[in-house]
Design a protein around this ligand. Structure first.
Ligand code: 5GP
Ligand code: MN
Length: 340
């Protein structure tokens, strides 16, 4: 039996909101990953199954490798359909905020989302949720928002709505946010949930292949190039750095998601404790950071790269040149030696 995550009060509050809402919008963070997409599409599917009219709005185009998820083709991409999305926010009766803790993480969607009169429910597992939602279900101890959606549906007595399609979305988010159950994955509850999802008809092996066996030749070569030519190791700080400029990305016809797990690769060396990947975007440097054990990459990203995240997986944005972002990294390493 799973423990409840919702208090009796929380359940009746959420039930009340659901009872009085037919039109619902679900939002998730920019550059949606498996958990953002998985949790949003799972909730969308479950609520559609009980007769609600639900739309998922994402800030920008989801990566191709997640388009197999049931419902992905119906997602409203704000950067392509701003007017339509604005109308949805203006007329919706309830908004869910999934897999993000502050409005900044949904980029331009923040403005119409916050302007909407509809009550807002946050379901998330990042630290420090901001104050904007009416109901905050913040569970940083939970490894994925997708498993939180499963728990929420169970607590609401809506397990019946978790059909195979919904279960596929939940499993995908759980799998991707734990690196296929290789970190944040020691809680036995996870495997109870997975057992239930398998009983509901998911083919977990096939989901693994769809997500992880999705390389193009360019993507494989870009990752090979990054490791071969652009990986720098700083043994005295147990740190690794990879940088890719726009020019290098263009050479391999970079598509969103092509460098998805690159930042993890240096951690496969036993003596590397944290790894940072700097990728040049059009007007900023995107920062991704990963670590092992107690090393706080969320603090590193918060203090030096305008970001945040989890202890072992965080990110941010640096406004400056690649050279400056690298200089910042070289200066911050000694400051974090105490965390090793
Ligand atoms: P990724 O490296 O996959 O882009 O992000 C890993 C995690 O870091 C995300 O799940 C999210 O928690 C956090 N993160 C990534 N980028 C940002 C950012 O710009 N700001 C904040 N606050 N967190 C971020
Ligand atoms: Mn997540």
């Amino acid at each position: 039996m799973l423990n409840r995550i919702l208090s009796p009060d929380g359940i009746s509050q959420l039930e009340g909101l659901l009872d009085s809402s037919k039109y619902i919008v679900i939002t998730c963070h920019i550059s949606p990953d498996g958990d953002a997409m998985g949790s949003s599409l799972a909730l969308c599917r479950a609520l559609t199954n009980i007769g609600k009219k639900v739309k998922v709005v994402v800030p920008d185009t989801p990566p191709k490798y997640l388009m197999f998820l049931p419902g992905a083709a119906e997602i409203v991409v704000y950067s392509r359909s701003e007017q339509f999305a604005r109308k949805l926010f203006a007329s919706t009766q309830l908004i869910f905020c999934l897999d993000y803790n502050e409005p900044k993480r949904i980029d331009l969607v923040a403005e119409p989302m916050l302007a909407s009169q509809a009550p807002k429910v946050l379901i998330d597992h990042h630290l420090n949720p901001s104050e904007f939602p009416d109901i905050v279900m913040s569970h940083p101890e939970e490894p994925s928002t997708s498993s939180l959606v499963y728990r929420t549906l169970s607590d609401l007595g809506l397990s019946e709505c978790i059909d195979r399609e919904c279960a596929e979305c939940i499993y995908t988010g759980m799998m991707t946010d734990t690196g296929n159950f290789s970190y944040n994955s020691n809680n036995a509850d996870l495997y109870e949930i997975i057992a239930d999802l398998v009983r509901r008809g998911i083919d977990k092996d096939s989901i693994y292949q769809k997500v992880y066996f999705s390389n193009s030749l360019n993507r494989l070569r870009l990752n090979g190039y990054a490791i071969m030519e652009k990986l720098e190791i700083f043994p005295e700080h147990k740190a690794a750095l990879i940088t890719l400029t726009r020019k290098e990305l263009n050479r391999f016809q970079y598509q969103k998601g092509d460098t998805e797990s690159l930042v993890n690769k240096p951690l496969t060396m036993p003596d590397i404790v944290y790894s940072v990947f700097l990728r040049e975007e059009n007007d900023y440097i995107k920062v991704s950071a990963r670590s092992k054990g107690d090393f706080p990459v969320n603090m590193l990203c918060e203090r030096h790269y305008n970001g945040g995240g989890h202890l072992n997986a965080a990110g941010g944005e640096f406004y400056g040149t690649m050279e400056e972002a690298v200089d910042v990294f070289k200066q911050l390493m000694p400051l974090f030696d105490g965390c090793l």
